[in-house]
Design a protein around this ligand. Structure first.
Ligand code: NI
Length: 407
């Protein structure tokens, strides 16, 4: 038995003013990855105000983990929020705009954090209804710092062992309405890598090319060759993008330079496609340079792996939404080639990452994430809390039922 969605709604209404204030306070005080000290302190204070909730701080630097229902026999569900802001000058004009120059909550992680704190309050009120433990993970450094990997390495998915992990991202895109629950089975977000290619030739007079090895020309051939990684050697049914975004060389109109530096990014929805692209980028650059008597030094760094959702975890979110009476808000979304460090949790345990539609109803278009005019839409705070709570409270029962149907 769960307490009934009406009861949960009432409890959310009661906590919503507090959560809204918290969201705006976090927005006004954004902190970059691994610097979320104030944020983590406030989150921990909120969680410690709830008797019986076990709180651990200082995980992977500034991470916070709360455990409800410790010792319960059912499977453990984990809910995750990210806490970090972006290095960006805010231009939203809202009253709660950033007080810190050059730092801004431009991705809505302030909202994610506030919703999970709100869920802690509501779950605490219904703690008697829990049948398994629920872990709330507040992680640092999603924006490039890989906080999820460090949290995982610190053991947040163990003790008790997490059966499935759930996370959400607000999504202010035009094709979703506020409160929509958008799911994507399987690969949902891309794995990413960055490359830098230094082409070493032989500089000299622009009028005497025969005495030189021109790295500008060689670099141009490499730019062309890299486009063939996608168009001529990748299965067209496997999404892959390779973009050369920087090409720096030369100092004067009459000098062939010694070097040219190219840089860019590549992304794929499949880890094997990503690895293959890495090999091909390296080989194309080195081989093309060699063909012209130059040398290419290739530095490739892989970023986050792809976000690959587990069908059973997705089914659980669908079932939870239907049973909670919000089945009409369920949407299917296509994968996107942005990346998310939630992928690191999914490498170790099954889970579901989903998008919470967050575009205000009256506006067909709003500034997207990472835009200096972005602001999290507080109108969806209650929707996010509601789904967190419904997933957590229904987890043990639905997870067992889905296991039966899978057998
Ligand atoms: Ni984000």
């Amino acid at each position: 038995m769960t307490p009934g969605s009406a009861g949960i709604r009432r409890e959310i209404e009661a906590v919503l003013p507090r959560v809204t204030n918290l969201r705006r306070d976090l927005h006004a005080h954004p902190e970059l990855g691994y610097e979320e000290r104030r944020t983590a302190r406030i989150v921990a204070e909120e969680l410690r105000s709830l008797p019986g909730v076990e709180v651990r701080t200082g995980i992977a630097g500034t991470g916070v983990v709360a455990l409800l229902g410790a010792g319960l026999p059912g499977p453990c569900a984990a809910l995750r929020a990210d806490m970090d802001a972006l290095p960006l000058e805010e231009a939203s004009g809202v009253p709660h705009a950033s007080k810190y120059p050059g730092k801004m909550h431009a991705c809505g992680h302030d909202g994610h954090t506030a919703m999970l704190v709100g869920a802690a309050h509501v779950l605490h009120a219904f703690a008697d209804e829990l049948r398994g433990p629920v872990k709330l993970i507040f992680q640092p450094a999603e924006e490039g710092g890989g906080g999820a990997l460090k949290m995982r390495e610190a053991g947040v998915l163990r003790n008790p062992d997490v059966a499935a992990v759930f996370g959400l991202h607000n999504m202010p895109s035009p094709d979703l309405s506020a409160g929509d629950i958008a799911l994507c089975d399987g690969p949902m977000m891309a794995g990413a890598g960055v490359f830098e290619i230094t082409v070493r030739g032989r500089g000299g007079h622009a009028a005497v090319p025969q005495a030189c090895v021109d790295p500008v020309y060689v670099g141009a051939q490499i730019v062309n060759a890299l486009q063939s990684v996608v168009s001529r050697s990748n299965d067209p049914l496997d999404s892959l993008v390779v973009s050369v975004t920087k090409f720096n060389a030369g100092s004067a109109r009459n000098i062939i330079p010694e070097t040219a530096v190219l840089a860019g990014t590549f992304r794929a929805l499949d880890a094997a496609v990503l690895r293959q692209a890495e090999e091909r980028i390296r080989a194309r650059a080195e081989d093309v340079a060699r063909a012209f008597g130059a040398v290419a030094e290739v530095d490739i760094r892989l970023g986050y792996p792809p976000v690959v959702n587990d069908p059973r975890a997705n089914a659980l979110v669908r079932d939870a939404a239907v049973e909670a009476g919000t089945g009409d808000r369920l949407k299917t979304t296509r994968p996107i080639l942005g990346s998310e460090d939630f992928a690191y949790y999914l490498e170790e345990v099954p889970g579901c990452f989903w998008f919470l539609g967050s575009r205000p109803a009256a506006r067909p278009q709003v500034p997207f994430c990472h835009n200096p005019a972005f602001d999290f839409n507080d109108a969806v705070l209650g929707d996010g809390i509601f789904m967190h709570v419904e997933i957590a409270l229904r987890f043990a029962e639905l997870w067992a039922r889905l296991a039966e149907t899978a057998d």
